[in-house]
Write a protein that binds this ligand. Structure first.
Ligand code: KG4
Ligand code: ZN
Length: 385
């Protein structure tokens, strides 16, 4: 069979992205226009601004992705677009543009779930490295600004199937990183800056007790798969408690004056880098940040490996923006090796939002001729099934 070139488009949050991927296994181009500078002064994504920036960027970003791939609008075999989940107005820009393009060019259109995209980022890069031996079932931890979800993923003849076996009960892990960074005036997004600052602090300085999840999972069920014999067995997360614990620590240790001073200093800098933020941090802040990250990593790794053991999976995927975290990667590599499980991550550029993952996830649907009609609509809460 000849190669298929799929143009992927992703606008679910604060990155306008387009990419061309060959046959689900080779990134030919990957363009990401980040809106960090736009949202930076607000300490988080402002939905209206995100939609406006997507409108501004979508045409040049798609054009550049085609040019860099040596492709044209006419030469690609299909278009793929993120249908959801994400910000409604942001998704709408990508979906409307992709529909118009598919209609004008008379090309097939493929709707992709953003979370499925994050999972396929891992598979895409493994195939690109020549690893075609991924063993199933896969337990995929999708950990980003909007999600902390565990999926049991399997490859079937007509594409992939996903079973949600756990998720956060409140804040997503990336959201906790972003909120803690905002509380401490470290800038936005919080994950990358906390990742860098944590290397300079004492991880043992502050003890954050692990979150207790009431009800489920059910203990002592042995190593077995989710199925009829284990109804309702899930492996959930919770991160609003640790954010509150950080706030309490700030208050009881009278850190507000130093935080306000840093907030003012940062406001005068244009998109400061982590090194610039580091110079504005005292020992107490660095220790707090390092201890926070250690607690987050410990919880994510511990719960995921527990689920992997209970569900008897063959492989672990860790993906989404937070999968870029260096301590998380090192801990997963160490702990998964001890459990005898292969653990795969995307490279850092494909951990955070991008369109190569969307084009890659579309490939099995392209083969199955699972195409979207022009009635396709953006769905902010689209579940992954
Ligand atoms: O996947 P992504 O780009 O967008 C969503 O789908 O949410 O993830 C963005 C999230 C943000 O919360 C950001 O703070 C977090 O990923 N993040 C990190 C790191 N890089 C990005 N969190 C921890 N450590 C990092 N190095
Ligand atoms: Zn994402």
């Amino acid at each position: 069979m000849r190669d298929a070139y799929i143009l992927g488009i992703e606008t679910s949050c604060d990155e306008t992205a387009a990419a061309v991927v060959r046959s689900g296994e080779q990134v030919v181009s990957n363009v990401v226009a980040s809106q960090i500078a736009t949202h930076w002064p607000y300490g988080g994504v402002v939905p209206e601004l995100a939609s406006r920036e997507h409108l501004r960027a979508i045409v040049p970003v798609v054009r550049r992705a085609l040019e860099e791939a040596g492709q044209t609008y006419q030469s690609v075999d299909a278009l793929a677009v993120t249908q959801g989940p994400g910000l409604a107005g942001a998704l709408l820009v990508g979906v409307s543009y992709a529909k118009a393009l598919a209609f004008a060019l008379d090309k097939p259109l493929i709707a992709v779930n953003h979370l499925e995209g994050h999972i396929h980022a891992v598979l895409l890069e493994e195939k690109q490295k020549g690893n075609h031996e991924v063993r199933f079932p896969v337990l995929a931890l999708v950990v980003s600004g909007g999600h902390t979800h565990l999926y049991l993923a399997d490859e079937q003849e007509r594409g992939w199937t996903y079973e949600n076996v756990g998720q956060t009960r409140d804040d997503a892990a990336g959201e906790a990183f972003d909120k803690v960074a905002k509380l401490l005036a470290l800038g936005y997004p919080g994950g990358p800056v906390i990742d860098k600052l944590a290397r300079h602090g004492n991880r043992e300085a502050v003890n954050f007790p692990p979150a207790h999840i009431k009800g489920r999972p059910r203990p002592g069920r042995g190593r077995r798969r989710v199925g009829a014999d284990t109804p309702g067995m899930t492996f959930d997360f919770s991160y609003s408690g640790i954010k509150t614990a950080v706030l309490r620590y700030i208050e009881t240790h009278n850190m507000h004056p130093a935080i306000e001073q840093r907030r003012r200093a940062l406001a005068e800098m244009q998109s400061p880098k982590a090194d610039g933020v580091l110079k504005l941090c005292d020992r107490q802040t660095l220790d707090l940040v390092a201890s926070f990250q250690r607690a987050m990593v410990g919880d994510l790794v511990g719960k995921t490996l527990n689920a992997a053991g209970e569900l008897d999976v063959a492989t672990l995927f860790i993906t989404g923006g937070v999968a870029a975290n260096s301590e998380l990667r090192a801990a997963f590599e160490r702990e998964a090796a001890m459990a005898g499980l292969p653990a795969y991550f995307p490279s850092r550029p494909l951990s955070t939002d991008n369109a190569a993952m969307i084009a890659a996830a579309a490939y099995p649907k392209f083969l199955a001729r699972d195409f979207a009609g022009l009635e396709l609509s953006a769905e902010a809460s689209l579940p992954l099934k």
